[in-house]
Design a protein around this ligand. Structure first.
Ligand code: FAD
Ligand code: AMP
Length: 483
């Protein structure tokens, strides 16, 4: 006989496992099915984020940053390190240990919240039934009042550079290199390309990023993007804009295998570069392979995402979808909030996700973070606006830390003074932008933020000063506008 649950969640990434936990907290009998297996073949929760995404990339970014500081800038503090050595395999092992700790943590949370955790593959059938195939191939059917699809995304592969897992890698391969490549090519200078490029650059690779777009970080605030570009160049990242990769050829064998990449520049010229390794980071696509029976009633949109309304309900009654597999930015926290919203809506609450206030971060050093509208978007809306900018070079805390590249840019409505967006490149930008996200959620004006007492000396003072600057009241820089 089929098992019956209140909620079946397919996928235990940050969208799915959070949804399952919240549903169980609300008293719903919940099961979560996950097909991911670790290197030893054992089922493991956590999805892309914990296994090959947010967490392992940040582990390597932090390790490589420490190495870069030791080999480049620590001398300025009067510390002269001797015989600094790099042990890549220990670095990768540390990363794997963190991943294991966190994925194991989800198992603990499932247990504590009484979520049934199953390893294997789920497939949505008609009428809210889910076919479950365990990792030994046994098939059963689970019935549920609600099904939540949280099957995530996977890297886009491009035929001009097919992944061979040896020389041409996707982002997961780029997190698992056993030695530092002499010459590393990265296709795509987006979020993931910049993060992975930074890791290996700091560890000693010559890194060339080939980016098809003419504008650097085209969807970001362009003033902050320009500043970021300057900083990345200073760090030795060779970012070539307007360069579309058109082909790749593997050359040599065994250890001396390399890849020759051909690309076209925006003025139509053909060029080639040869790399020891190539990481393809051209974005991610929703993952729905083998997931949907033809009569399950769920529709896809033109991008292949599961079609949902603003509350993540699909076209099939009682079937929801959350996270990377649906529209919106592919970010872990966006999926988690959707997971919470769906669990709470299942029990009749009116929870919503505020899609206008979702922070977005690139974890390079310094970090690049934004929330709300950028200047280009505000300009396009036609609304009058004002801008306050505060450079970290004027921050005592940033100077003390020898970390003063970048700036905070805050945009507010010219008339209402309401904060419309904030864009930061600088130390701890991810945490700083979160302060503005909170202010925006409470409907804060730039003046409100300027009236809050900030501790001294903190990096947060740069946010305070940018808010003051929007109204011409900054203290620690000359004001462009007097109001
Ligand atoms: P996923 O995490 O992809 O999880 C989906 C799960 O569903 C997977 O475990 C999959 O095995 C499972 N699944 C799929 N189909 C089935 C099925 N039929 N049956 C059973 N299980 C199934 N985001 C951030 O917010 N911050 C970051 O710093 C960040 N860094 C990143 C760095 C890298 C290198 C990468 C690749 C991504 C990064 N992301 C980051 C993006 C983030 O990882 C994703 O947005 C997030 O993981 C999406 O969560 P999800 O739960 O929707 O999907
Ligand atoms: P993101 O979506 O942030 O992961 O960034 C992916 C980047 O890859 C985008 O900026 C794309 O313009 C870029 N890209 C996609 N295809 C190619 C290609 N063939 N050559 C170079 N860059 C590409």
């Amino acid at each position: 006989m089929a098992d019956k649950y209140d909620v079946v969640v397919i996928g235990a990434g940050p969208a799915g496992y959070v949804c399952a936990i919240r549903a169980a907290q609300l008293g719903l009998k919940t099961v979560c099915i996950e097909k991911w297996r670790d290197k030893s073949g054992k089922g493991v929760n956590g999805g892309t984020c914990l296994n090959v995404g947010c967490i392992p990339s940040k582990a390597l970014l932090d390790s490589s940053h420490k190495y870069w500081e030791l080999s480049h800038s620590i001398q300025d503090h009067g510390i002269v390190p001797k015989d600094v050595e790099l042990d890549v395999s220990a670095m990768i092992k540390r990363k794997d240990k963190i991943v294991k700790q966190l994925t194991g943590g989800i198992a603990g949370l499932f247990k504590a919240n009484k979520v049934t955790s199953l390893f294997g593959t789920g497939k949505l059938l008609a009428d809210r039934k889910v076919e479950y195939k365990d990792n030994d191939g046994n098939v059963s059917v689970i019935e549920a009042d609600n099904v939540v699809i949280a099957s995530g995304s996977q890297p886009i592969d491009i035929p001009v550079a097919p992944i061979d897992g040896e020389v041409i890698l996707d982002s997961s391969g780029g997190l698992d290199l056993e030695e530092v490549p002499g010459r590393l090519g990265v296709i795509g200078a987006g979020v993931i390309g910049l993060e992975l490029g930074s890791v290996w650059r700091r560890l000693g690779s010559e890194v060339i990023l080939l980016e098809a777009m003419e504008d650097f970080l085209a969807i970001m605030d362009q003033q902050v993007a320009r500043e970021t570009h300057k900083i990345m160049k200073k760090q030795g990242l060779d970012i070539r804009l307007g360069c579309r990769v058109t082909g790749s050829k593997i050359k040599g064998r065994g250890k001396s295998k390399k890849v020759e990449v051909s690309y076209q520049t925006s003025d139509g010229k053909e060029a080639t570069e040869t790399f020891d390794k190539l990481i393809v980071c051209v974005g991610r696509r929703p993952f729905t392979e083998g997931l949907l029976a033809p009569d399950c009633g769920v529709d896809l949109d033109e991008r292949g995402s599961i079609f949902v309304n603003e509350h993540c309900a699909t076209n099939a009654p009682g079937v929801w979808a959350v996270g990377d597999v649906v529209r919106g930015p592919m970010l872990a926290h966006k999926g988690s909030e959707e997971g919470v919203m769906v669990a709470e809506r299942i029990v009749g609450q009116k929870t919503q996700v505020n899609y206008d206030i979702i922070p977005n971060v690139i974890y390079t050093h310094p970090e690049v973070a934004s929330v709300g509208l950028n200047e280009e978007q505000v300009k396009q809306s036609g609304e009058p606006y004002k801008v306050g900018v505060f450079p970290f070079v004027a921050s005592g805390r940033a100077l003390a830390a020898d970390d003063s590249d970048g700036m905070v840019k805050l945009i507010a409505h010219e008339k209402t003074d309401r904060i419309l967006g904030c864009h930061i490149v600088g130390p701890s930008a991810a945490d700083l932008v979160q302060q503005v996200a909170i202010a925006m959620e409470f409907g804060s004006t730039a003046e409100d933020l300027g009236m809050i007492v900030f501790g001294h000396p903190t990096l947060s003072e740069a946010v305070h000063e940018a808010a003051l600057a929007a109204n011409g009241h900054a203290i620690h820089i000359p004001n462009k506008t007097k109001r």
